[in-house]
Design a protein around this ligand. Structure first.
Ligand code: NAD
Length: 503
């Protein structure tokens, strides 16, 4: 049996329990179907076959999950941080113990290649460890003294929160939101993306088997416009942590307005990688290729716009095109695969439509630009050249293995093009001129920038975007600021004079 066949057989084994029962909801420690009995399907992007039936929940299921999270909140939030830490470290260990199962299931449900997904569970576990370690100090604050008063600040968990996640790298992304919420003492209702529900069910089962009390983490599957909407509107949900498209973020903000929801948004991007002619061009090419074609380009921080100084534009784009053409496309469970199938035929159609857009706009398709094979959602790694900054292919988030290359002459022009979109998530800058790096990073409109590097994530640093790419920051202590309320208590230091009125 080949490695691929062996992996497929293993994946089927791992997924069988979810196939047998269906991907049901998990509310108050129990696995339950949608109250209406309704189901939807999750399909394999490899060949369109049905992987499992999934609970298609409605408002009543969200209400039950929120009630469980509300009931569990006083207990969980009062457990000392050091105890919460112990439980969450056990969750991390339990995730690591089932890393292969999580990775294989994620590959089958999302089409992401195993070479990247094999680390998804490990990174998820790292998220739990990192935030677990901060739980004991999460309530800490500061003292601000005046001659008469001593002000002490502290933080307390905000309450039950909603976490709404997208379909790209769903396991890792969910832990990125759920781990700090739990470490802060919040309870959670998680609504996973309808295209990729399988590993969310694994996460809650793993967490409870490791000792997370029932009701602390609840999972409700369903459509965004019904189940997701109800979660954002529910009066007992204090905050919504959302990762997804910018236009969905905007809807959630409206939906949450009546109940004054606190929101944290990680949204779309059209991130530039800017290459000056003084840069190490080979490293720049490797990084640009990695950042757009890894994870199928279905990555919020992908470098989807390649801005190259005119003097080296032809050389750089030729190298990118060569590398893109050599990229191995294949089954997500084949260890050699770099680009697997896109998540779903609906998304595949969106990505394919940009090939016609590019042609209509007058750009050149230097490589790719077509569907691969007849079965499954396979799309060739693509490079558009001779693009201009105003084209749709330069402005809109395509969210696939598709790169748009634009040429520039000067620093000012590079900056104007880089900042000339609605988005502002990440930016990548390649130059060996320190002054230029300082000037550019001072003026680039992005929440995260990497100089002479691809995206290398360090959990204590802030993660998030500006403009239409998001509101708020994750990582470090920033996550706790979102999931907790800061309160101030003031004590008198002297018997100061209190103004007497009316006497
Ligand atoms: P999406 O916005 O379509 O869906 C995300 C989630 O929101 C899903 O669970 C969906 O069911 C839910 N949803 C949809 N409508 C809703 C509504 N009215 N109320 C409540 N919930 C609703 O996004 P997607 O297509 O699943 O994911 C891709 C997007 O996510 C891309 O734009 C990508 O850039 C973005 N993303 C951003 C980051 C980041 O950190 N900035 C990370 C990953 C993905």
């Amino acid at each position: 049996m080949s490695v691929l066949q062996d992996n497929i057989a293993k994946a089927r084994g791992y997924m069988q329990p979810l196939v047998d029962t269906g991907v049901l909801n998990h509310i108050d420690g129990a696995t339950v179907p949608a109250r209406s009995g309704a189901v939807m399907e999750t399909i394999s992007p490899v060949d369109g076959s049905v992987l499992a039936q999934v609970a298609k929940s409605g408002a009543e299921d969200i209400d039950a999950a929120v009630a469980a999270a509300k009931t569990a909140f006083p207990g969980w939030s009062k457990i000392p941080g050091a105890e919460r830490r112990k439980i969450l470290i056990k969750v991390a260990e339990a995730i690591e113990a089932r890393a292969e199962e999580i990775a294989f299931t994620e590959c089958m449900d999302t089409g992401q290649a195993l070479r990247f997904m094999s680390k998804a569970a490990i990174r998820g576990a790292a998220n739990f460890r990192f935030f677990a370690d901060q739980a004991p100090g999460a309530e800490d604050g500061m003292v601000k003294r005046t001659p008469t008063q001593m002000n002490t600040t502290s933080r307390r968990p905000i309450g039950p929160v909603g976490v709404i996640t997208p379909w790209n790298t769903p396991f890792m992304l969910s832990t990125w939101k759920i781990a700090p919420a739990l470490a802060a003492g919040c309870t959670v209702v998680h609504k996973p993306a309808e295209f990729s529900p399988m590993t969310a069910k694994l996460l809650v089962e793993i967490a409870e088997s490791a000792g997370l009390p029932k009701g602390v983490l609840n999972v409700v599957n369903g459509l965004g416009e019904t189940a997701g909407k109800r979660l954002t509107e529910h009066p007992d949900i204090r905050a919504i942590a959302f990762v997804g498209e910018s236009k969905t973020g905007s809807m959630i903000m409206k939906q949450g307005a009546d109940t004054l929801k606190r929101v944290h948004f990680e949204l779309g991007g059209k991130n530039p990688v800017i290459v000056f002619d003084d840069a190490d061009l080979d490293r720049a090419v490797d990084a640009a290729v990695f950042m757009i074609y890894s994870l199928n380009g279905e990555r919020c921080t992908s470098s989807s716009r390649l801005l190259v100084q005119a003097s080296v534009y032809d050389a750089v784009t030729a190298k990118v095109a060569e590398a893109a053409a050599r990229i191995r496309i294949g089954h997500p469970l084949d260890p050699e695969t770099v680009v697997g199938p896109l998540i779903h035929p609906v998304h595949e159609q969106k990505v394919l439509s940009y090939f016609d857009t590019a042609r209509a706009e007058g750009a050149t398709i230097a490589t790719g630009g077509e569907k691969v094979g007849t079965e499954g959602c396979y799309v060739a790694p693509t490079l558009f050249t001779n693009a201009t900054a105003d084209m749709a292919i330069s402005q809109e988030e395509i969210f696939g293995p598709v790169l748009t290359a634009i040429s520039f002459e000067t620093e000012e022009e590079a900056l104007a093009i880089a900042n000339g979109t609605d988005y502002g998530l990440s930016a990548y800058l390649w130059t060996n001129d320190l002054g230029r790096a300082m000037r550019m990073t001072d003026a680039l409109e992005a929440g995260m920038m990497w100089v002479n590097s691809e995206n290398i994530r360090h959990l204590p640093t802030p993660f998030g975007g500006v403009k239409a790419s998001g509101i708020g920051r994750d990582g470090g202590d920033w996550s706790f600021d979102f999931y907790m309320e800061t309160v101030n208590v003031s004590f008198p230091r002297t018997e100061h004079r209190i103004p007497k009125l009316g006497g």
